[in-house]
Design a protein around this ligand. Sequence first.
Ligand code: ADP
Ligand code: ADP
Length: 229
Amino acid sequence: QPSVVFDDVVFGYDRDRTILKGLSFEVPAGHHVAIVGPSGAGKSTIGRLLFRFYDPWSGRILIDGQDIAQVTQTSLRAILGIVPQDSVLFNESIGYNIGYGRDGASMADIQEAARGAALMGLIERLPAGLDTEVGERGLKLSGGEKQRVAIARTLVKNPRILLLDEATSALDTRTEQDILATLHTLAANRTSLSIAHRLSTIVDADSIIVLSEGRLAEQGSHAELLRYD
Ligand code: ADP
Ligand code: ADP
């Protein structure tokens, strides 16, 4: 059963320019579907529609068979988790950034949730303890370390659907490979939609969609689409 369905979605930011021109695709439950396409094709727009920052002009977006137009922001945010390209952290402790203080959770709660979400491996690999302050006056984190915190922040909520929007594209190649390996382990069997710039970052995707001119131009396995890289 598909978890996420885009059904003939048409959308633009301005009346005179349509970005998505009847886009249809499905993300089956437990699968990892990736979207590639040239810059400006509308890849990030897909994420913005999924989070209902905007609504489609026509067509429908379904999550578990339900039109997201009928789902409250609160439930939508409980279902969806996002790892964006450049995660912005608070000038607070690592624990706070992962979840402490957000909804009255204590540091122990965060550790408990992290354990539940099998995140301890990730947390143990952070450069310092959960109570270490980061940011301007605290510990300066590298891009890769920031992304690890961002991944933990998202996964600690145990979202049913994970959206990765060029989650590693701002990193150097070695860090990127390292973070991709982490994501590969942590996101295995989770319904996920990733937006990618390069095919080399989505070798583990079950299916890859090529977005072109606001439509699905092609869909296939990594091997089938290699000629696009
Ligand atoms: P991609 O992620 O594939 O690079 P985007 O989905 O970010 O593309 O953007 C698709 C098109 O929509 C681009 O031409 C972009 O300039 C335009 N766009 C993005 N956000 C806005 C906005 N808030 N207002 C107007 N146009 C936008
Ligand atoms: P929370 O509800 O716990 O704040 P969210 O998953 O809603 O967490 O958002 C995490 C961060 O990602 C927030 O800063 C939010 O503004 C940002 N964000 C949410 N959706 C998108 C999106 N589609 N593209 C880029 N950033 C987003």
